[in-house]
Design a protein around this ligand. Structure first.
Ligand SMILES: [Mg+2]
Length: 374
């Protein structure tokens, strides 16, 4: 059994990643956004258990539940019929997507006053890198101003988190919902990460959490009871590396300005160079899943795919293909990627990467609601 990540890595976080601790990232997340917009437009709904999704007699799912409705156990993605059983007195409304987009635009215009680097995660959630902007002012005071602007100009509340990276900023914004502001300072990271449940880390879904619990990993500190090489074997190198870093509060992902985005990509450098097609296929499948996930998170569609191959001698090759309709699943991305790979490779491969291009906004299915049957 190993001690702490600090000892394993041979230095404190500050010593290892000074540049990553200097960043100031704000994560802003609107509180029960769709419900808040409905209340904004119809104040008589205020204080009522409110379910945005559709009729309880339909097969619709809950998009957003107001905090009053959440007290009855109603959650997003639950069937509206189930929500009705939990709280028959709740008010059920159909989502008004266009209206939410309108308000969302106003929110992002407010963000734009405070940073040039804004990454939109969804209509009601975004990251701002304010490292440059907050030279004379603390990032937390900028976050406070953003919250105030949203409240004063739009009339709804947001929760904000401030931290040196995206993962921590998101954790922070979730700490004191609704209308909260939480700051995670670099010096407090090593104190609170060990007791954090791994499933709280953005990116660890129920399936991964279940897999990790099989290996006795439920808290971040549990990660370091395993040797890194053992985690490589159990989880695969990509997840193992990712978990090893994130479990200590390290997240390198930059705030990506979505508006400048020309492609979405993912790549993997293998622990040892690969030659056999089966191993390459396996890796390619993982990369395809990752790139598809990134694309979905950004609510984008892609119509071109590029495969990047870096060989053992570091020479590089790229191959591309175009589609007439957008990719829909990670399997589809994988299939096309494999066709590109199967054109042949000349020597052992050290890295494979996929990037999706010709991007467009996914308009029609931002809110996935089934057509009601009433
Ligand atoms: Mg939200």
């Amino acid at each position: 059994m190993l001690e702490s990540p600090k000892q394993i890595r041979g230095g404190t976080l500050k010593e290892i990643h000074p540049e990553f601790l200097k960043r100031k990232i704000i994560h802003v997340d609107m509180d029960a956004f769709f419900a808040a917009v409905e209340i904004l437009d119809n104040p008589s709904l205020k204080g009522l258990p409110l379910v945005i999704g559709g009729s309880p007699q339909s097969r619709c799912v809950v998009c957003t539940a107001s905090y009053e409705a959440r007290k009855f156990g109603i959650r997003s993605a639950m069937a509206c019929s189930q929500a009705y059983r939990l709280c028959p007195d709740a008010v059920f409304l159909m989502p008004r997507h266009r209206r939410y987009v309108e308000i969302s635009k106003e929110i992002f215009l407010i963000f734009a006053r405070y940073s040039k680097k804004i990454e939109s995660v969804s209509l009601d959630e975004g990251y701002l890198d304010v490292t440059e902007e907050c030279q004379g002012e603390s990032a937390s005071s900028l976050a406070k101003k953003i919250k105030e602007d949203i409240w004063n100009e739009i009339g709804i509340t947001a929760s904000a988190g401030v931290a040196p990276n995206k993962m921590l900023a998101k954790l922070a914004s979730e700490k004191q919902k609704p209308d909260g502001l939480t700051v995670i300072r670099p010096e407090s990271i090593s104190a609170f990460m060990p007791t954090l449940p791994v499933k709280k880390i953005n990116g660890i879904g129920p399936v991964t959490a279940e897999k990790l619990s099989k290996y006795g990993i439920s808290l971040c500190s549990d990660i370091y009871k395993h040797r890194k090489m053992d985690l490589y074997e159990k989880l695969g190198p990509r997840l193992a590396e990712w978990l090893w870093d994130h479990g200590q509060g390290i997240c390198r992902a930059p705030v990506e300005n979505n508006h400048d985005r020309k492609s979405v990509g993912s790549e993997a450098t293998f622990p040892k160079d690969l030659t056999d097609l089966d191993s390459l296929k396996k890796e390619l499948q993982e990369i395809a899943q990752d790139v598809h996930e990134r694309l979905s998170k950004k609510r984008l569609l892609a119509m071109s795919l590029t495969l990047k191959i870096k060989y053992a001698d570091f020479s590089l090759e790229t191959r591309s293909t175009r589609l007439s309709t957008p990719f829909t699943t990670s399997e589809e991305i994988f299939r096309y990627a494999l066709l590109l790979l199967e054109r042949g490779y000349k020597q052992p491969i050290r890295l494979l990467g996929l990037s999706l291009g010709r991007l467009q906004d996914r308009k029609s299915d931002v809110i996935q609601v089934q057509v009601p049957l009433f």
